[in-house]
Design a protein around this ligand. Structure first.
Ligand code: SF4
Length: 955
């Protein structure tokens, strides 16, 4: 067969025999690759493809995909891994190839839709992109002209890009970004950020000696596939894998040591390990002396003590004396001997401890952020920071290019996202938005939800429905989504945005010791352009009129400010053709030419422009290997203009005249009116340091102390709201773990992936054998699980894989729709009857999943019948008073289902939701001083320093 070539074999993982396990067509032949059609087997029918790299959008890992686009039909035939991607190295989880299902889903939204009836009624008319842009743009323009900038809000679930909205929203002059972080990773992020100013860890699993995972990262969690492959590499090289997870996850099943602690006790165990390191002297004394803010700690905690490192060591031993193994065993329910063994393993890591907590314990518990803070204490004590086999800060292993035009920081503060009660929240208090709107703290004129489904994903979804249907609270709701979801049903516009293979984005993630960027591109458009077609807008190449956001935001910005009078349009003009709209080629091309080190040179070697290089390979490796950025010596030219704080050793780039040289302002800014902190003197050398006010690792956080939490200024154990002392097991009370993921599903978008749903389509409640016996239930029986605001009815799965007293239910299932054939995909959802009697909400499933006719013959072969149970509706909001993270674990009462109960029933009283909101709000400590929030702390779309000052009227 002419043109049919053997695939080359790439060195991805070598076996003992030196063989290679994976093969891919060589990149130089991707433009025109011929292969046999597997569906024609045993006949040998050749097909010609053009292979286009892109990036998966089905979780945050940003793995590379390679789309096989048929050169004749322009149909995408399959997705495989992209071997040129440094993070995923040609591999994917099940969700990557299932992008094909999402592209071909017969129930997807193909055209812009506009509401025709009442909100939520489900009557829609097809509209045009032009009409949508003019209507939405005009409304935003009026809001801006009338000084109502805080009434425009963009609320994102899965961002899937780096830097795009940092370009758009400041250019609009609004503080209108809202995220989902506080129902996800805020707890862990806060714990890491108080230590080092970076809010995510980047473990180097491949080179680790000890891998400590709190929750199930190997199987389903943070950076799932890129991490999983490296965790296994580390294990194959002899690393010890230790997993803490109350539930026996797939990850736990792979561990050398698995423990099942009582939820919320993790910090107590970590502090017992820390105490063991301190009392046995098996810690990296030199690293701690150089990099921990021990002098500040003594000055603030023990002002009468001599300021010596030895005194600090004594202080730590006293401070953590109560965290014995006996104490940790009592709190966690794990045997003391097992905890000692883990501590010994950690003590022997030799500075190569790759450790991680994400969501899980940090997202489940009151004080969960302290779990991350205590885990990082163990990293610091073992000196496993920024070293091969240790754990780095995310920013050292990630590269975010800059767009051509960036607007200055806005001088606004949006209290709907950043309320005064949570000065240290990490980030926006997004899941409290319905309560803030109900309290009258503000209203929204234009509200974008974007790849976000708060009515389903968030706790307390009925409170969301109550504000979404109220046009006096939300004037115009625009849902940007690839597929129908429960929230979009209550929108005014539903605008279809592309899946991972239908849009442009640039992404970088800290998947391992190194730095890379990846380029997502609409594969059909890229294929058409390779074949000589002209495409002006991505929606012309995508299915139906599915668009992409980069072009949408450019066009919408021009629609808001067509003549440039608002000062917005200039940010959306081409850097190459002033006065003309910027195109996607301009935007990404400029970025790749000007803001990615090494890329222009690599492209030039192949006679390509940087953009053409990224279109060809889909990824670029900026650096490989671990780098201790904090240790970097400051260059002479930076030092020449620096100011030096004689007490703290912090170096500032500049400061207004007259600022005393030895004063660190509180809150100390990392940058702001008193200068930008650029480094710190360590043993007489000026080094870059960490992004904290002290530029060191802050075991003592003056920020926490000064903002009302002095008792939590050091890593501490906080008793969770589900502490064993608060659960009356004899009275039928349990702790419900509601946060665990399934490896095959994503929150909302996997609802349109048939292969994934065939694998996972139910979320039974796990219950231990002893508890099941006590309740008199067996696997498959129905139970009623009562929360503080209502209840849900689910089947149980009786197992030894969970601790007695704890139940668990995955949050990935329980999709629903109110219309027979419209709305959330019929592959995934149950048709429900929804009723509301002045806050008394009921949801009852009127039918499960079953076969149906569509243009995809597979939908007539559906054999599963259940869609799962939507437990999140029954959870009250439980915001941690410090980090702002929703504390997902629930104290519940479990009993056999009653006669009137049906599978999937949900009952909620939103008056009780409001009461729960007020109870948790009462735990906060709003600031009393000059500042709303410490300027140095991370914040998406950071406003100007002046916006951080509290109005004098509220002081
Ligand atoms: S881990 Fe799976 S879902 Fe996530 S980006 Fe990679 S292939 Fe996609």
């Amino acid at each position: 067969m002419s043109g049919l070539r053997d695939p080359i074999r790439l060195p991805v993982v070598a076996t003992d025999a030196g063989e290679r396990l994976a093969s891919y067509p060589p990149a130089e032949l991707w433009d025109d690759w011929t292969d046999w059609d597997p569906k024609e087997w045993p006949r040998k029918i050749a097909r010609r493809y053009t292979l286009v790299p892109t990036v998966c959008f089905n979780c945050e890992s940003a793995c590379g995909l390679l789309a096989w686009v048929d050169r004749e039909t322009l149909e995408v035939r399959k997705f495989e891994g992209n071997p040129a991607h440094p993070g995923s190295r040609g591999r994917n989880c099940a969700k990557g190839p299932a992008t094909l299902n999402q592209v071909n889903d017969p129930d997807r939204i193909l055209y812009p839709m506009k509401r025709a009836g009442r909100r939520g009624e489900g009557r829609w008319t097809r509209t045009t992109w032009k009409e949508a842009l003019e209507d939405i743009g005009g409304r935003i323009r009026r809001a801006f002209q009338e000084g109502r900038r805080d009434e425009v809000m963009y609320h994102v679930g899965r961002p899937g890009h780096d830097g795009l909205m940092e370009w758009v929203l400041p250019a609009w002059g609004i503080d209108g970004h809202n995220s989902h972080t506080n129902i996800c990773s805020a707890g862990a992020r806060a714990g890491y950020a108080f230590w080092m100013g970076f809010d995510r860890p980047s473990p180097d699993y491949s080179d680790a000696r000890v891998i400590l995972l709190i929750s199930s990262h190997l199987e389903t969690g943070h950076y799932f596939n890129p991490h999983a492959q490296r965790i296994l590499e580390g294990k194959m090289s002899g690393a010890k894998l230790i997993v803490w997870d109350t539930r026996l996850s797939n990850t736990a099943s792979m561990a050398d040591t698995w423990i099942s602690p009582w939820p919320g006790s993790e910090a107590a165990i970590l502090l017992a390990i820390a105490r063991h390191l301190l009392t046995t002297g098996r810690y990296d004394r030199e690293f701690v002396r150089k990099w921990v803010n021990w002098e500040e700690t003594l000055r603030r905690e023990r002002p009468a003590d001599p300021i010596t490192f030895e005194q600090f060591e004594r202080y730590l031993q006293e401070r953590y004396a109560r965290y014995t193994f006996e104490f940790a065993a009592r709190e966690s329910g794990v045997e003391e001997a097992v905890l000692r063994t883990i501590a010994e393993d950690v003590a022997g890591c030799g500075g190569r401890l790759a450790a991680h907590v994400w969501r899980s314990a940090a997202a489940g518990n009151l004080g969960g952020w302290q779990v991350a803070r205590c885990l990082w204490l163990v990293n610091v004590l073992t000196g496993s920071v920024g070293r091969p086999g240790g754990t780095s800060a995310n920013a050292w292993d990630k590269w975010v290019p800059r767009p051509p035009h960036l607007a200055p920081h806005v001088e606004r503060w949006n209290g709907l996202a950043w309320p005064e009660e949570y000065p240290l929240s990490h980030f926006e208090m997004s899941f409290l938005l319905p309560h803030f709107l109900k309290e009258g703290r503000g209203k929204l004129d234009v509200y974008f939800t974007r790849v976000y489904n708060p009515a389903w994903t968030n706790p307390d979804g009925f409170s969301w429905l109550e504000v979404l249907r109220d046009e006096s609270k939300i004037g115009l709701h625009v849902a940007l989504t690839p597929t129908w979801n429960e929230t979009a049903w209550w929108a005014d516009y539903v605008l279809p945005m592309g899946h991972g293979s239908e849009r442009h984005d640039v992404m970088s993630q800290e998947t391992h010791a190194g730095q890379w960027i990846a380029f997502r591109q609409p594969v059909r458009r890229a294929a058409m352009e390779r074949l000589g077609h002209r495409v002006r807008r991505t929606w012309e190449a995508n299915p139906g009129q599915v668009w992409e956001e980069t072009e949408f935001w450019i066009d919408l910005s021009w629609s808001i400010d067509p003549d440039g009078a608002l000062g917005i349009r200039k940010y959306f003009e081409s850097p190459y053709r002033p006065g003309e709209p910027i195109t996607v080629d301009d935007y990404y091309g400029w970025m790749f030419e000007n803001s990615v080190p090494g890329l222009p040179e690599a492209a030039a070697k192949e006679n390509l422009t940087p953009l053409a290089y990224m279109r060809k390979y889909g990824a670029f490796e900026v650096r490989s290997g671990a780098e201790a950025e904090f240790d970097r010596l400051l260059p002479e030219e930076e030092l020449a203009a620096a100011r030096f704080d004689q007490i703290t050793g912090v170096l500032y780039s500049s400061a207004p005249a007259g600022t005393p040289k030895n004063i660190v302002p509180v809150p100390a800014p990392a940058s702001g009116p008193l200068g930008r902190a650029i480094g710190v003197m360590v043993d007489g050398r000026a080094r870059s340091g960490f992004r904290t006010p002290s530029r060191r690792l802050e075991i003592y956080s003056a920020t926490l102390a000064d903002f009302g939490w002095p008792e939590l200024a050091l890593p501490e154990y906080v008793e969770s709201h589900v502490h064993p002392g608060k659960i009356d097991r004899a009275a039928g009370e349990f702790v419900l773990l509601s946060t665990y993921r399934l490896p095959t599903l994503i929150h909302t978008r996997s609802g349109n992936a048939k292969w994934l749903l065939e694998i996972s389509h139910a979320n039974p409640t796990w219950i231990h054998t002893e508890d099941a016996r006590r309740l008199g239930v067996g696997s498959g029986d129905l139970v009623r699980v009562e929360t503080e605001i209502g209840y849900f009815v689910d089947r149980v799965w009786v197992t030894e894989g969970i601790r007695p007293g704890i139940i668990a239910c995955s949050h990935h299932l329980g999709r629903w729709r109110t219309a027979d054939a419209d709305g959330v995909s019929r592959l995934a959802s149950a048709r429900v009857e929804l009723s509301d009697n002045e806050g008394a909400w009921r949801l009852r499933q009127a039918g499960g999943v079953g076969p149906y006719a569509s243009r995809d013959p597979d939908t007539s072969r559906i054999w599963w019948t259940e869609a799962g149970v939507h437990q999140n509706l029954t959870f009250p909001v439980q915001p941690d008073p410090v980090s702002g993270s929703h504390c997902w674990h629930q104290k519940v009462r479990v009993g056999r289902a009653r006669a009137e109960d049906r599978y999937g029933d949900i009952s909620v009283d939103t008056h009780k939701s409001s009461e729960a909101f007020r109870q948790w709000l009462a735990m906060t400590r709003p600031p009393s001083g000059e500042w709303r929030r410490p300027y140095w702390m991370l914040r998406p779309m950071r406003p100007a320093a002046s916006a951080y000052r509290r109005p004098t009227t509220s002081r």
